[in-house]
Design a protein around this ligand. Structure first.
Ligand SMILES: Nc1ccn([C@@H]2O[C@@H]3COP(=O)(O)O[C@H]3[C@H]2O)c(=O)n1
Ligand SMILES: [Zn+2]
Ligand SMILES: [Zn+2]
Length: 257
């Protein structure tokens, strides 16, 4: 199976040198977008893709850098391409996404809902769902903003992709030692304190066997100053394509570019 990931962006919510932290998964030619932030329409365009090239989108949580591009996605698919893309979202987030974020722009008739724009696929936490042929996900509820639902993603049982999360060393240890996670993409705030994100100084306290599996994303504009200061962890770079099989930790493996 040919499984690749290409970050449309690797920036923090306020970054200007990087696009929003959204990921494009390609599995045997089918494409899933993970999060669709404010910069996603332009970031896709820069890579030569249109929204019509996407099969589905999966949302981790409701913040602009993760959902701010959905209005354009929905309108383009309806009025330019004439089809509904699949929207995977936690069952707890579907109503707030519509009521609190998208309804103001997308609603044209009082009866309109998310399902008028997307093939809505609400997914429950803790259950494995197939998103594309060969790509499964389990949502894991994680901590980001107090009292605000947020989900991280476990793909195919071995690849943990953090929604925005605070530092949780016990979770990472348990994912690696008990659940067999081999690869971690983790949001990283470069400067402390890590109030709503894990910050680099916290991630640097992780043991070597976790750091060597862990790649950093969702970072600020001064990321270049931190190259070489991330212990055994490495930065994911936006717009580069990574083959997941080659990224997977196997004792000696490293990033391919
Ligand atoms: N309680 C909060 C809420 C939000 N924020 C900042 O706003 C950003 C929203 O997108 P994010 O990527 O989750 O990062 C959040 C913080 O920078 C924050 O710092 N504290
Ligand atoms: Zn974010
Ligand atoms: Zn967030």
């Amino acid at each position: 199976m040919d499984m690749k990931v290409q970050m449309l962006g690797t920036g923090s919510a306020f970054a200007k040198a990087f696009h929003n932290n959204n990921a494009l998964f390609t599995v045997d030619g089918r494409r899933l977008l993970v999060d669709c932030g404010i910069t996603a329409p332009k970031a896709l365009h820069e890579l030569g893709y249109s929204f019509n090239d996407l099969d589905a989108v999966l949302i981790t949580h409701i913040h602009g850098d993760h959902i701010g591009g959905l209005e354009e996605f929905a309108f383009q698919m309806k009025f330019i391409y004439g089809r509904k893309p699949t929207l995977y979202i936690a069952d707890t987030l579907a109503e707030p996404l519509w009521e609190n974020s998208l309804k103001g722009g997308l609603q044209q008739n009082p009866s309109d809902t998310l399902s008028d724009y997307f093939v809505l696929r609400p997914i429950a936490e803790g259950i494995v769902h197939e998103l594309l042929p060969g790509l499964q996900v389990e949502l894991i509820a994680t901590n980001h903003i107090p009292n605000k639902a947020n989900y991280s993603l476990l793909f195919n049982g071995f690849f943990f992709y953090s929604g925005d999360i605070v530092f949780d060393g016990e979770l990472l240890e348990s994912l690696v030692s008990k659940r067999g996670v081999q690869l971690i993409f983790h949001d990283c705030q470069l400067h402390p304190p890590g109030v709503v994100h894990a910050c680099l100084s916290q991630l640097l306290t992780l043991p070597a066997h976790i750091q060597e599996r862990l790649y950093l994303m969702h970072y600020g504009d001064d990321q270049p100053e931190f190259i070489g200061r991330t212990g055994l962890m490495r930065f994911i770079e936006q717009q580069k394509t990574y083959e997941l099989a080659r990224l997977t930790f196997a004792g000696q493996s490293g990033m391919i570019e």
